[in-house]
Design a protein around this ligand. Structure first.
Ligand code: 1HE
Length: 267
């Protein structure tokens, strides 16, 4: 793992937790980790470079009681942007979030408090989401006279389906607790700290071979954008490369000689 201190960030905090697991923390607690233009630039920088610096898994978290309050509404108000200005802002958000979703390195989001608006768009760009019991999810854009611009129409709709997505935007509906898990906003809901649980998952994912993780954390998303025929072909090509990787031979040998762990139901 290369030295992550070379990455130039102010609104994020980067921590190398060992074994290639990097924690990327939103560090604007006083502003409830609202996403201003600079934070988005920093996310682009970090998620462009971390995969090539040897990161094997990333934990995405937010300082304080809230994961993220979404778009920096005060900056947006002050800038008094024109449509074309905001379209360019959205392109930068897409750049950051696509780098995350398609970057080939597992990203586990640890969620607490408000995960709203652009904060939910950010969280939905991670591969795995873990919530604690304080976490709540909403798209208040409709109430603010806004519309989602960071990919929610794609990613949040993928998670919860079109009808729930439209309801969230129209009515400002808040999902929390078991319901948030049931509708698919997160894969894990924990009683204790979402950060600790995310750390466990990241360490587990980091033990996979990097080429397998690359395929899991990019191919599945790409294939969703393809026709079924093209996706099946792409899957065969990806599997051809991944499933013959020399680094997998020792794992396969361990299965064959019965020294590898078997898959068992949770005890
Ligand atoms: C902010 C923001 C923000 C807080 N932009 N500054 N997002 C929203 O509609 C959510 C708006 N925020 C809230 O509803 C609440 O702030 C929270 C529930 C997240 C937190 O409540 P609370 O009581 O802990 O904090 P607060 O007193 O409301 O805010 C504390 C400070 O954070 C305050 O700044 P201060 O300088 O007066 O201390 C707030 O102004 C600041 N703050 N949220 C800027 N969002 C690509 S399009 C995406 C579209 C969207 O994301 S729409 C945004 C939806």
């Amino acid at each position: 793992m290369q030295n992550i201190d070379t990455l130039d960030v102010e609104n994020l905090r980067l921590t190398d937790t060992g074994d290639g697991v990097v924690e990327v923390t939103l560090a604007r607690e006083a502003k409830r980790n609202a996403l201003n233009a600079q934070t988005i630039e920093e996310l682009i920088e970090v998620f462009s470079k971390l995969p090539r610096m040897g990161a094997r898994a990333v934990i995405l978290s937010g300082d304080g009681d809230h994961f993220s309050a979404g778009l920096d509404l005060v900056e947006h108000h002050k800038e008094d942007r024109r449509p074309e200005d905001f379209m360019h802002i959205c392109l930068r958000w897409h750049e950051a979030f696509n780098k995350m979703e398609y970057g080939g390195v597992p990203i586990i989001a640890a969620l607490q408090g408000a995960v709203v608006g652009g904060g939910l768009e950010l969280a939905s760009s991670a591969h795995v989401r873990v919530m604690d019991q304080t976490a709540y999810f909403a798209l208040p854009e409709g109430q603010r006279g806004l519309f989602t611009g960071g990919g929610a129409t794609i990613r949040v709709t993928d998670l919860v389906g079109k009808s729930r997505m439209i309801d969230m935007m129209l009515t400002g509906r808040v999902y929390q607790g078991a319901e948030a898990m049931d509708v698919g906003l997160v894969q894990y809901s924990v009683e204790g700290s979402s950060l600790e649980a995310a750390m466990d998952l990241a360490r587990k994912a980091a033990q996979n071979l990097p080429l397998s993780n690359f395929a899991i954390c990019s191919a599945v998303s790409h294939m969703q954008n393809m026709s079924a025929m093209d996706a099946a072909y792409a899957e065969a090509v990806v599997a051809g490369v991944v499933n013959t990787q020399p680094d997998a031979r020792a794992r396969l040998a361990a299965f064959a000689d019965k020294s590898a762990a078997r898959v068992r139901p949770n005890g």
